[in-house]
Structure formats: structure tokens, C-alpha cells
Design a protein around this ligand. Sequence first.
Ligand SMILES: Cc1ncc(COP(=O)(O)O)c(C=O)c1O
Length: 246
Amino acid sequence: MDYELGEDFALKLDAVDSLAGFKERFYALPDSIYMDGNSLGLMSVDAERTLLRVMDEWKTLGIKGWGGGKVPWIGYAERLGELQAPLVGVDPEEIVVTGGTTVNLHTLVATFYKREGKRLKILADELNFPSDLYALSAQIRLRGGDPDTDLVLVKSRDGMVIEEDDIIDAMSDEVALALLPSVYYKSGQLLDMERLTREAHKHSIVIGFDCSHSVGVIPHYFSEWGSDFAFWCGNKPLTCLPVALI
Ligand SMILES: Cc1ncc(COP(=O)(O)O)c(C=O)c1O
């Protein structure tokens, strides 16, 4: 297709866009063009309807809602996981939707971070999301370690991006676990998660990714790549997913 500059061409593309109809399913704010999908998207009609339905089920079913809601409440974590599985390229039973992002990171690091022999360190980078770094420091302290020595932060050469080769160079047999973002929130840089997983595993390092800024935007193939864990926010691009199915 030959692209043309100008509003007429943009409107023509809108008219044939298969996603255009979804606009009607969101509550637009008056007099604004809402571009924010990286912090909190607009409320969708589907999300509102589902929440109100579940509130009504609580009112009318009480405890029986666990097994008797339209979608039995007890299975929501798995049902929502099943819906997100294709976005990250995993089997439905490998994913669950639960908790908050930083709480989930704590849980994952508590599970995957094994300090053994001289393998004591966690590898991350200085552009990682600040609350992720706080969580990693806290997990190191909880195991009796010292973040000043046990949290290795790969430096950015320009304050905006991280060279993948610098991350790989920092993978040593002193590193137990690596945690990296898929996409950097400041620059939009996308890391090659497949390559980094392969390199981490060559050094027997467990590797996980914070995919808050990539899930729902680009495809992921975690089963194929063999990455050890991943987590992400549901309030960023995923807010834009219609939830009619649940
Ligand atoms: C990349 C990334 N990781 C982690 C978080 C932390 O999320 P929460 O504050 O919901 O735990 C955010 C929040 O904006 C984020 O953008």
C-alpha cells in the first residue's frame, strides 16, 4: 500500500480498519483524544457490565457465587489466564491472573531466587522500573544478602537504552537470577527475550521478564523461548481488551 500524508488518507484507513468498531465500546472522555494506554486505559462498556454483574451476583448469591456465578468466581484466575495465554505464547495451565504487579514480582523472586555457593547475585539494569528494583533489593535483604553487592545493575551507555551485549557480558556464574524488562518504559526499547533467555541458560541463570509494556502490543512465545517466568500489568495496553468473554 502507498501511504499518503494527510487526514483524508487517515480517514480512509479508519474506514477499513477491522478494529475501528471497538471505539464504541469505550467511554470516551468529553473533548479529549485519549492516548494513555501505558498507565490506565479508558473504561470499557464490557468491563463495567462485567463488574456490575459480579456485584449483583454477590448481592443475590452470597457465598454461592464461588460456584454459581455466570462465571463461577473460584475459577476467575484460571479463566482470565486462559484468555491471556495466546498473548504470551504459553499453555493455559502455565498462566494465572492474580495479585498486583509488584506483589507478583515478590512472589516470583521468592520462588525462583536460590542463593547457592557463590551464585548469590541478581542481575538487572539501571533503567529497570524503579519499583522492580526495590522489590529485588528487598528480596536480597530477606535472604540475608546486601543489595550493594548482590544486585548487579547493567549500566546504560546513554541513559536511554541498554546494550544487550552489556547484559550478556554481565552474566556470570555468580548470578542466580536475571530480571529484565521486555520493553523499557522510557525509550520503548524492545529487548530480544529469546536471545537473552538462551544466553542466561548457557550460564545456568534463571531469567524472567517484566512485560508490562509489551503484553497486548507484540507477540510473545515464552514456551518456545523457554524463559523461566514473566509477569505484567493488566492496567496498561491490556485495559483495551474487551472483557465480554468473562
Ligand atoms: C514496567 C512496570 N513494572 C512494574 C510496575 C509496577 O506496577 P504496580 O505499581 O502496579 O505494582 C509498573 C507500573 O507502572 C511498570 O510500568
